[in-house]
Design a protein around this ligand. Structure first.
Ligand code: T3D
Length: 264
């Protein structure tokens, strides 16, 4: 197993972050959490970075929490899994959702437990045809975490969400796409090329406006229509004062391709 739990490759306008514990299907350790948080922080600090691509090394995307990286519970000393979630998983999910640029997740193989829900927290999920999604938690006597109980019913409806969580049965990437759990399923050989093409496109996009779109969509999950209309107005007012809107409209009127600053 290579030393680094996360590999980071800087492309001109985006970063490829690869979960890199292939012998364990990229199961998440505390070390991996720290490396991932560090990679996200550095990407955000770099103004040339306008999107993120997350994928996994080897045949899996991520098998969730590394079950050998936690102290085994005993009758005298039961586990406090809440601590792990508070310190690492919840901050990661919040960070992905609030990240001020699009995050594309290329699911190259099985995404299980928290691994599945980390993928669902990304903005656009593309999966290889051979990949699958598994809410593994009930198999080991746990409840879905990392936002699973939030994302699943909203994406695929109550009936399917309940069955996936309660049976802990996997679904194929094709089914995930048919159900609307992910954006699309592509042939294995095309996965990275399609994910990279998306990130390249985001490299020319008005990044601040994309960040606000993320915010508006996240808020809509628990807003009334009235509150959402007000939020849309406020965001539009703010973004409408920026350079990218001016450039977008000017380019449209001049019948040319806009050149957005993205993250000034
Ligand atoms: O601390 C907490 O627990 C709270 C937080 C919870 C968040 C969670 O994510 S809980 C859910 C944890 N994940 C799981 O329960 C999934 C466990 N893994 C599996 O059920 C299976 O590995 C898969 C269905 C994902 C894939 O099966 P398969 O047959 O394709 O592969 P495999 O042979 O089981 O796994 C390959 C290797 O990866 C194997 O090691 P070995 O035998 O070759 O040395 C296996 O032990 C290892 N591995 C897979 N998942 C994990 C793991 N090692 C540690 N932790 C894992 N989660």
């Amino acid at each position: 197993m290579s030393e680094e739990p996360v590999l980071v490759e800087a492309r001109p306008t985006y970063r490829v972050i690869t979960l890199n514990r292939p012998a364990r299907l990229n199961a998440v350790t505390i070390e991996l959490h720290r490396a991932l948080a560090d990679a996200l922080n550095k990407a955000e600090a770099d103004k040339t970075c306008r999107s993120i691509l997350i994928t996994g090394a080897g045949r899996g995307f991520c098998a969730g929490q590394d079950l050998s990286d936690i102290d085994p519970p005993t009758a005298e000393s039961p586990a406090d899994l809440g601590l792990l979630i508070d310190r690492h998983y919840n901050p990661l999910i919040r960070r992905l959702r609030a990240f001020p640029m699009p995050i594309v997740c290329a699911v190259n193989g099985i995404a299980a437990g928290a691994g599945a829900n980390i993928a669902l927290a990304c903005d656009i999920v593309i999966a290889a045809r051979s990949a699958s999604f598994l809410q593994a938690f009930a198999k080991i006597g746990l409840v879905p975490d990392s936002g699973g109980t939030f994302f699943l019913p909203r994406l695929i409806g109550e009936a399917r969400a309940r069955a996936l969580c309660l049976t802990a049965e996997p679904i194929s990437a094709e089914t995930a796409a048919d159900w609307g759990l992910i954006w699309k399923c592509v042939d294995d050989a095309e996965l990275m090329q399609q994910a990279q093409a998306l990130c390249e496109r985001f490299g020319e996009a008005p990044t601040r406006s994309l960040a606000m779109i993320k915010r508006a969509l996240d808020t809509s999950a628990h807003n009334t229509l009235d509150a959402q209309l007000d939020l849309e107005r406020d965001l539009q007012r703010e973004i409408g004062r920026g350079d990218d809107y001016l450039e977008g409209v000017t380019a449209f009127l001049e019948k040319r391709k806009p050149v957005y600053k993205g993250r000034p």
